[in-house]
Design a protein around this ligand. Structure first.
Ligand SMILES: [Zn+2]
Length: 147
């Protein structure tokens, strides 16, 4: 999981994004291609709108934070991102849309995937009548050890 702003995104690097957008029926606008390239052209990532906004600015693409929010939510509705509510106020978007859980580094505000099946939840209550449990979100909050 890399969250660096140093990766360069040239026009030739948006092939995967172009294909993804086409698959979900979203038009390939410049904004979607630029933000999509930051999200989808590398390894899976966890980003906030603020982080993505800063990364776009760092590569010379100046869009408003509201546009970044809108685009993230369009991607989410299209199934390209999963939204994770960690602290209530701040939403994180995950390019890995599979069911998985997370470590949350409280001081850095960063997420890291927990490998699938490495968490076993015991004593889960019966779900309400007529429902099935789809997923149990587990966020393991961690802090650096004080030495
Ligand atoms: Zn994740």
């Amino acid at each position: 999981m890399t969250d660096t702003v140093t990766r360069k995104h040239q026009n030739s690097d948006v092939l995967r994004t172009t294909r993804l957008l086409r698959q979900v029926g979203l038009r390939s606008t410049r904004q979607r291609l630029t933000l999509g390239a930051l999200l989808f052209e590398g390894e899976d990532r966890h980003v906030t709108a603020e982080l993505l906004h800063a990364e776009a600015a760092a590569i010379g693409h100046h869009v408003s934070l509201a546009t970044v929010y809108n685009t993230l939510h369009q991607f989410k509705r299209a199934g390209l991102l999963r939204e994770l509510a960690i602290n209530g106020a701040k939403a994180y978007f995950d390019t890995n849309t599979s069911n998985h859980n997370h470590f949350f580094f409280e001081s850095e505000g960063e997420l890291r995937d927990i490998p699938a099946n490495s968490i076993r939840v015991d004593g889960v209550p019966e779900p309400p009548e007529g429902t099935d449990i789809r997923h149990i979100d587990v966020v393991v909050r961690v802090v650096k050890k004080v030495r």
